[in-house]
Write a protein that binds this ligand. Structure first.
Ligand code: SF4
Ligand code: SF4
Length: 341
């Protein structure tokens, strides 16, 4: 069932929802981008519709809400450990189709990967609900259609899309919401969210890769070009690597807290081990690991690809390295190897 709202009408809906949820959505921060006078779109808590950025792709993903960059897990003294309290209350997150697919990957890694669920992830995840933002057109660098993440049929409370100054919402089910929407907007027959059917960028993912991929010369380019900044990982909605940090409150180190902090497989030190070993020294080796994890290794374990084709890594890379280009180079390499057999 669809509804059409003026800005004021949708604001009234948000205000009513804010009594139950903290609302989290993409917001434009003027002048806070990486160059002078450049804006950035990232997630923040919102209280009215005018704060929500419907027209641009967020440069950072929603995942910081579920997997904070720095999260205190527990506090310790010499004799005892106390688990950190969970954030109270329900949260409503506005996101796009590719990000809802990314959520499936996060759930897979934290809740469906091995014998135990991650309790710290789970206690946040259980409090989240989602609103799907429609995508009437593809953004730069997106390749969601190649990854099959351009459409989403479920997993959200309602959809939202801005059209000709109106805000259109479709409510699949939920009588309470329907009543709230009816009070503040006008019923219309259809307000189904738009889904992108074509991207300028397309990728072809090989079904399998030969062992020769591990020493392929195609990775050398990235040893030369990549600066190992890790931006591609931090903006990616499906990157989940983290490390642990113990923070001591006193000089004698007997009281403190343990934090889980975001990590990146592209930065120096990530694969360091005791005795001075380092598994992936060159940036090319790190790129190989990252790319094959996203389009091959994860699929071998879970039968679908990890990458959702949001293109954020391409948007963020200061060296203009394109992840979609690399996927197509891997595919080309696999085809050439097969032709040589
Ligand atoms: S690897 Fe790049 S395109 Fe794929 S999900 Fe991560 S940020 Fe998006
Ligand atoms: S953002 Fe670009 S330069 Fe930085 S680590 Fe990723 S690929 Fe390398």
């Amino acid at each position: 069932m669809g509804y059409s709202f003026s800005r004021e009408g949708f604001d009234a809906v948000l205000k009513a929802l804010a009594r139950t949820y903290r609302i989290y959505a993409p917001v434009t921060f003027a002048g806070q981008g990486r160059f002078t006078d450049v804006d950035v779109v990232r997630y923040d808590f919102v209280t009215d519709a005018s704060q929500i950025e419907f027209g641009k792709k967020s440069e950072y993903a929603f995942k910081e809400l579920l997997t904070p960059l720095s999260e205190t897990l527990f506090y310790f003294t010499e004799d005892e450990v106390k688990e950190a309290d969970a954030q109270p209350g329900e949260v409503l997150v506005f996101l796009r189709s590719c990000d809802l697919h990314a959520l499936k990957r996060l759930d897979q890694m934290y809740l469906g990967n091995g014998f135990a669920e991650d309790p710290f992830y789970k206690r946040i995840r259980e409090k989240l609900q989602f609103v799907l933002i429609g995508c009437p057109a593809s953004f730069e660098n997106c390749f969601c259609t190649s990854m099959g993440t351009n459409r989403t049929e479920d997993g959200y409370l309602f959809s939202v899309e801005e059209q000709d100054g109106k805000i259109l919402c479709e409510v699949p089910s939920n009588l309470k919401l329907k009543q709230l929407f009816m009070e503040n907007g006008a019923w219309i027959e259809k307000a189904l969210p738009s889904f992108v059917e074509e991207n300028d960028v397309r990728v072809t993912i090989p079904a399998t890769v030969p062992n020769s991929i591990y020493k392929a010369p195609l990775w050398d380019e990235y040893t030369a070009r990549c600066i190992g900044c890790g931006r591609c990982n931090f903006v990616c909605p499906t990157c989940t690597c983290y490390t642990m940090q113990d923070i001591y409150y006193t000089d004698n180190g007997r009281v403190g807290e343990r934090r889980r902090v975001a990590a990146s497989c592209m930065v120096d030190g990530y694969t360091n081990v005791a005795g001075g070993g380092e598994y992936r020294r060159t940036k090319g080796e790190r790129m190989r690991f990252k790319v094959l994890h996203k389009i091959y290794d994860f699929r071998r374990r879970f039968a679908y690809d990890m990458c959702v084709g949001c293109g954020r890594c391409d948007d963020a890379c200061p060296e203009y390295i394109s992840f979609s280009n690399i996927i197509n180079k891997v595919d080309q390499f696999v085809k050439e190897e097969k032709a040589d057999e």
